[in-house]
Structures are given as C-alpha cells and as structure tokens.
Design a protein around this ligand. Structure first.
Ligand SMILES: Cc1cc2nc3c(=O)[nH]c(=O)nc-3n(C[C@H](O)[C@H](O)[C@H](O)COP(=O)(O)OP(=O)(O)OC[C@H]3O[C@@H](n4cnc5c(N)ncnc54)[C@H](O)[C@@H]3O)c2cc1C
Length: 438
C-alpha cells in the first residue's frame, strides 16, 4: 500500500495504484477508480483501488491532413505538445497545466481560456473506447452509445476507464502567442473588459482577492491569439516558427511550514502581482508555455501550502449574477479572513456533458490552505452560489455535500440512473462519488 494524494495534497489515502487496466478488481474484490496524473485537487481519482492510465501512453495514428490524433488515454498534454507543436498542431482546449492526461481531461471535460468561444475538450473528441465497470469495452461517439458519451465527458471516471480516444487538433502557424494584458482598477472595470473583448480567442484575468473599497476586484486581463508567421517577423520565431519553449523549471524542494501563507503574505503577494505590470496595457509575443502554463515553471508549487495541503474552490455563476456574486464572495472572504493566494476569473460559454461543470457565466477559482473553519466557510459559499443559480467544479472539490450537487447539476439524476444500469454493484467508485452519493 502506498500513500496517495492529488494536487491539493488532501486527503492522503492508503491504497494500491495498479498500472494495468487488464487487472481491474474482480466482483467482490472491492471498487476501483481510474487515475491519470493526479492533477485534480481532491478525491475525484482516489478510491479503494486506483487504476492508473499512465502506461497507456501510445500515440496510435495521426491524420496529418486533418489534424486528427488517435492516442491512448494516458498520453499527457506535455507529450502532445512536444510531438505536435513542431508539426503545426496545438491542443484545441488546454487546462492551466500540461501535466494532465487526455483521459483525465476528458473525464473532467476541462475548459481553457477559450471556453467562452470554443467550448470544452469534449467538443473536439470525436470518439473514445471505454472499459465499462463490468469489464467489456465499448466505443462511444455522438452517434454510437451517445448516452454513455455524454455521461463520460465530465463524468469523473464513474462510467469506467477511457482507454483511447480520437481528438481533433488545432492548426497553428507558429508556437508563439500574441498577448495583450490590460489592468482593471475594480471589479466593474474587469467585467466591462470581458464584455468588450468577448471576441478574443483566449482570455483570463488574475484577480486580487484582498484589496477592498474602490479597489475591490482589481485585476489584470490577459488575452491572447496564436500568432501568425507575419506577426512574428523580426522575432526569434521568424527562423523557427514552431520551436518548443526551452525553460528549465524551478522546484519547491520541501513543504513550507503552515505559517508561511498567512493573511499578510497573501496580501503582499497580491499587491506585488498587481504592481508588477507598471503600464496600464502591455502587448507582445510570448511562448505558449508562459501564456498557458505559467505555474508549470515551478514544479511542486503545491508545497507552498504546507503538509496539510489546500483546496481550490471553483464556482461558476450565470453572467447576470456575476457582479453581485463576485463582490459578495470577495467581501465574505475578507470578513472571515480567508485570503486566496492566487485567484483567476474567466468567462465560460454554454454547457456540454450530463454533469460537466461549465455553464454560461463567470467562473472564479480561489485557493485556500486546509485549516479549521475552512469547510464550514465553503459550505456557506455553496449556499450563495446555489442561490445565484451557479455550481462548483467537481475536479477541484473535496468536501461538497450531495444536496448541493442535486440542486446545482440538473443532469445528476439521469447520471445516477445510467450508473445503476451499467454498474449496479458500484464497482467503479471514487471517495468523491461515495460522498456525493453518485
Ligand atoms: C495547476 C492546475 C491548473 C488547472 N487548470 C485547469 C483549467 O484551466 N481548466 C480545467 O478544466 N481544469 C484545470 N485543472 C484541473 C485538471 O485539468 C483536471 O483535474 C484533470 O482532470 C486532471 O487530469 P489527470 O490526468 O491529472 O487526472 P486525475 O486527476 O488523476 O483524475 C481526474 C478525474 O479523471 C478521471 N480519470 C482519469 N483518467 C481517466 C481515464 N483514463 N478514464 C476515465 N476517467 C479518468 C478520474 O477518475 C478523476 O475523476 C487544473 C489543475 C491544476 C493542478
């Protein structure tokens, strides 16, 4: 038995992690759950037995004409980028880290900085093969086993293990990103910028969750486009337009003591971050790693939260409720002295899978160290989010209660019914699914 935890380092469980899906536990031998790179934050890929997809790492076929890749589900974004960027292809949707498997990404139906315009990963997956809880393998697409297709995308591994998939990649001329950062002095200003630049392919805002008064919600909007060859003239990309970024990552060598992150250090970080861009606007060209994966430049950054770990609270609320919801949450955090070190605001587009997270509106991510009173505080936020017609992202969750899930995910009953049909003995089960009665 080894000790296993996901990115939030909470909870830590003892359990075998098996590396071959051919050896799923037999009936009566307990439950299992697929696991990829363990980049979900909580207990979505933790269970009695974890079945790792990481040995399923082969690229099986590539249609160079149309950019359609067939690969196994343990292939990571890191592998995909290293192989296909030099050929002029990019993942159509990418989360904020490249250390994620494609199977894991599909199981969370991940969204990127382009969700408002281009949707989530499921929009680009043409088909996949699924190992069902009872052990047979079926092929799923929009025309074959559709119910299973829509339950599996965003289904958190609970319909079985995705073994391989076909995915449409995005053509790029260069590996550079044309970026444009704009400072917003308040919440009203950043929401207005999201409206004004709704046509940008990629957009995301870093938001200061500490500043109060007129500065509450001050942010930096970062938008970007894949740069064309023409746009990179005169830069390093002119000679090698599809070069891979070459930066050596730093590493946080050990868990920080738990007092290292406190309201004061969080406040100092937020002030420095806002101040690091001196001008109101900044434009230029940067490599895709710096734009999409800035946190990957520091390996094990989760250690700054100390041994007790942390959780990310990510919620979405409908667009109309955005201003009131974000302001109320920021005030509530201040009142309870719950600072978030790094927080991100994004615009999402329409929903996709049966229990996928995205819905049209604003999504805010907040990182909190695990400490006393945190979960009661987050349960209070749940009630507010529910009231605004929003919901919380399962892949970041570690403590939500079934009533919140039922009230905020309209597809959950259909999802449960399908699970009863394909897995009456609940052979596939994560600790999260057990907690949420999925
Ligand atoms: C720094 C950071 C930034 C992130 N940014 C974003 C973001 O911008 N947008 C976003 O949407 N998410 C984001 N995430 C979350 C991350 O993309 C998801 O949690 C993703 O699912 C993790 O994939 P994984 O391979 O690590 O899978 P795991 O974390 O191991 O598992 C996640 C879920 O997928 C299931 N699963 C894994 N493999 C399979 C498989 N082969 N078949 C079926 N089910 C499977 C598991 O059972 C579990 O329910 C971020 C995470 C981090 C740490």
């Amino acid at each position: 038995m080894s000790k296993i935890s996901n990115w939030g380092k909470y909870p830590v469980v003892a359990g075998p992690e098996l590396s071959n899906p051919a050896y799923i536990p037999a009936p009566g031998e307990g439950s299992w759950i697929p696991r990829g790179m363990g980049r979900c934050y909580g207990d979505s890929s933790l269970g009695e037995t974890m079945i790792s997809s990481l040995k399923l790492d082969r690229m099986l076929d590539f249609d160079e004409q149309n950019g359609i890749l067939t690969c196994e589900a343990g292939v990571t974004y890191e592998d995909l980028l290293a192989t296909f960027v030099p050929k002029g292809w990019f993942p159509p949707v990418t989360p904020g880290t490249k250390f994620v498997s494609l199977g894991g990404a599909l199981a969370s139906d991940v969204h990127g900085k382009n969700h408002h315009k281009e949707g989530s990963i499921s929009a680009y997956v043409l088909s996949f093969d699924l190992l069902l809880p009872a052990g047979s393998v079926v092929s799923c697409s929009r025309s074959e086993n559709q119910e299973l297709f829509w339950a599996t995308v965003g289904g958190m591994g609970l319909t079985g293990m995705i073994l391989r998939l076909r995915i449409q990649l995005k053509a790029i001329e260069t590996s550079a990103i044309k970026y444009h950062n704009i400072k917003a002095g308040s919440l009203a200003e950043i929401l207005a910028l999201f409206d004004e630049f709704g046509q940008a392919t990629y957009s995301v805002a870093w938001i200061d969750t500490i500043a109060g008064g007129r500065k509450r919600g001050r942010s930096i909007l970062m938008k970007g486009e894949h740069a064309s060859k023409e746009e990179t003239k005169g830069s390093a990309w002119e000679k090698t337009p599809l070069a891979l970024p070459k930066k050596l990552p730093l590493t946080v060598p050990f868990n920080f003591p738990s007092f290292a992150l406190n309201p004061l250090t969080i406040s100092i970080f937020n002030t420095l971050y806002y101040g690091k861009q001196l001008k109101h606007q900044k434009e230029g060209i940067m490599d895709y790693d710096s734009f999409f994966y800035p946190l990957d430049a520091i390996h094990h950054w989760n250690r700054i939260y100390g041994k007790r770990g942390f959780t990310q609270y990510q919620f979405v609320v409908p667009r109309e409720a955005g201003a009131e919801a974000i302001e109320t949450v920021l005030k509530h955090m201040k009142k309870h002295r719950m600072g978030s070190f790094l927080s991100v605001l994004k615009l999402l587009g329409p929903s996709s899978g049966l229990i996928s997270f995205p819905m049209e509106g604003y999504t805010l991510t907040l990182d909190f160290p695990i400490k006393k009173n945190l979960f009661p505080f987050l349960h209070e936020l749940d009630e507010m989010v529910k009231g605004w017609g929003g919901r919380v992202y399962l892949t970041k969750d570690v403590r939500m209660q079934p009533a919140m899930m039922e009230a905020t995910y309209p597809g959950v009953e259909t999802f449960r019914a399908l699970r009863r049909e394909i897995d009456p003995e609940k052979r596939v089960l994560s600790f999260q699914a057990k907690r949420l009665n999925l």
